[in-house]
Design a binder for this molecule. Structure first.
Ligand code: FBP
Length: 547
């Protein structure tokens, strides 16, 4: 017999918050007293009249057992957006709470699968298989945004055809915005008897940018993903100190926010870590960033250290104010001279835009390597935006640092490797933290449905002991973004707070980490044993401050 980790993980017992009894006790939800709203509450009340009036921004906690447990409910669950470790356990928790007297249906292929009515019952055999496993592969996921009248009609038709009572959407900020919109759309009048369909959101994303103060300190998936990256970065740090000849420039996923990069830096302590939010706040230019990197490389070289590791968040470029200004100017030029521009070859294109940019933008553009210039001129996406994720920021930093070092002292050795870690971390088996967190989120989402709630996001006040199920009213999280005269509702992304304790801790240590090798190699994440129950460092540091 060949022992498999995944079999061991399926047996792993997970803590359940006490409100749920042995793990399937339905609960009633009562207001905690905390009421949420944003500056746009007035306008949101107009766009979301029914869910705003019903939920009134009140945060709820699950307390006493539910007096009468409903049966016969038909509930659909779907994944939305990028995968995050723990998603499968949300389904496990939901199924456990709904029990045998309600039916759980899995939607195949994300929101698009909902539009196409691709629903199948979740069986006990499925649950036994997916428990504590990584990935979203049990159901699949996609990034379709449900927003048009035609799409809403399609969803209604599916709700009727499948006799749905509720939908659970497991997703990030955009998907939970979608959940808020659907909760309002499906509030009433979906079924022949006038009933609506309940909608509950579950907060996921490895990026960590979906946070609601102490109600939701971190989304699920962040802990596992950052531990995978920290292991890889730790291994590279140890390799760099072993072979003594390479600088490794590593880009990490996380979209706009630098939470992932900050967490990995706290765990692995590399020589250089760039944090986009700090660069924006200090209004650093690309040249200033390169100067800092080059001086660190030169400083270490003076001590005979010719290796090191640099971490850069994937969103960096857009946070450098002058690069942002350049991109905005380029967008304008391309929008106004599209045809003339399209007719030119690559060199012609570079010359064409260079002549149309204001002096500062033109000189920045000229300073960039040709492959970056070409990417900045590449086709925009359907919203007219540059596809930033395609820009090899890590290579840009390598090349510009190389150039600067030649000016400082051409004899400084600077051999480099560049990496991008992203997909490696999104589907690993969940850590104990993420596994327990997601099981309880699934239980909470199920309990909210049994309690008849709609328009809430599930949360848990604590994972390991003394936790309570929480319900965060979705409409109360929404703000209105006005662009070109049209309105878009969004849940604002939580970026790294550069004044928060986690960032301050990093700032107080980074000089020492830059001067000499003080790195840590955290090794593979542990599923049991003494180090398995740790929460992410940035979350722990930020929490300590407010008790
Ligand atoms: P979401 O959880 O918000 O969907 O994003 C996770 C993520 O991994 C981001 O860090 C990354 O920018 C993006 O997805 C990449 O996904 P894709 O390959 O679909 O662009």
């Amino acid at each position: 017999h060949h022992a498999l980790l995944e079999d061991e993980l399926r047996q792993l017992p997970l803590p359940v918050v006490s409100a749920f009894g042995t793990g399937s006790q339905a609960v009633s939800f009562e207001p905690t007293g905390e009421v949420l709203s944003t500056a746009d509450a007035g306008r949101i009340g107009e766009i979301f009249p029914q869910t705003s009036a019903l939920n009134a921004g009140a945060v709820l906690r699950g307390t006493a057992p539910l007096a009468k447990r409903p049966s016969g409910k038909r509930v659909a669950v779907l994944f939305s957006g990028g995968p995050a470790p723990g998603g499968h356990n949300v389904v496990v928790g939901l199924k456990q709470m709904l029990g045998d007297d309600n039916l759980l249906l899995g939607v195949r292929g994300g929101p698009k699968g909902l539009l196409n009515g691709r629903l199948e019952p979740v069986t006990d055999a499925d649950i036994a298989l997916i428990r504590n496993s990584g990935g979203f592969d049990y159901l699949g996921t996609d990034r379709t945004k449900i927003k048009t009248a035609e799409q809403f009609a399609q969803v209604r038709a599916v709700c009727v055809a499948q006799a749905l009572d509720a939908i659970v959407i497991i997703g990030g900020d955009d998907s939970n915005t979608n959940a808020a919109v659907l909760a309002e759309e499906l509030f009433a009048g979906v079924h022949a008897d006038g009933r609506g369909v309940q909608v509950i959101g579950v907060p996921k994303t490895i990026d960590g940018d979906l946070q609601i103060r102490d109600l939701l300190p971190i989304s699920f998936g962040f802990d596992t993903a950052t531990r995978v990256y920290a292991e890889l970065v730790g291994n590279i740090l140890q390799d760099s100190r072993s072979s003594l000849k390479y600088w490794h420039f590593i880009k990490l996923m996380g979209r706009a926010a630098s939470h992932v990069t900050l967490e990995v830096a706290l765990q692995a302590k590399p020589a250089i870590t760039l944090i986009s939010e700090e660069i924006a706040a200090r209004k650093l230019s690309l040249a200033q960033i390169i100067e800092q990197i080059a001086q660190t490389v030169a400083g270490r070289a003076a001590k005979g250290i010719h290796h090191g590791v640099l971490l850069v968040p994937e969103g960096l470029i857009e946070f450098v104010p002058e690069v942002k200004a350049l991109i905005d100017e380029l967008n304008e030029v391309l929008a106004h001279h599209g045809e003339a521009f399209a007719a030119l070859d690559a060199e012609g294109k570079r010359g064409f835009v260079a002549g149309k940019l204001a002096a500062a933008a033109a000189s920045l553009f000229a300073s960039l390597p040709v492959y970056i210039q070409d990417m900045l001129l590449a086709e925009r996406d359907s919203h007219g935006n540059l596809q930033l994720s395609l820009i090899p920021t890590e290579q840009l930093l390598v090349d510009m640092t190389k150039r600067r070092l030649k000016e400082i002292d051409p004899k400084i050795p600077f051999a480099t490797q560049s990496h991008f870690f992203g997909y490696e971390g999104r589907c690993g088996a969940p850590t104990l933290f993420d596994a327990a967190y997601t099981l309880n989120l699934g239980l909470t989402a199920g309990a909210l449905i049994l309690a008849g709630k709609t328009g809430y996001m599930a949360s848990i006040s604590k994972i390991f002991e003394g936790g309570e199920p929480l319900a965060i009213p979705l409409a109360a999280l929404l703000t209105v973004e006005r662009r070109h005269g049209s309105e878009a509702v969004v849940i604002e992304k939580a970026l790294v707070d550069i004044d928060a304790p986690a960032m301050q801790y990093f700032v107080s240590r980074r000089e020492a980490w830059a001067q000499s090798d003080l790195f840590a190699s955290p090794g593979p994440r542990q599923f049991w044993g003494p180090v398995a129950r740790q929460v992410p460092l940035s979350v722990a540091l930020n929490r300590k401050a407010d008790g």
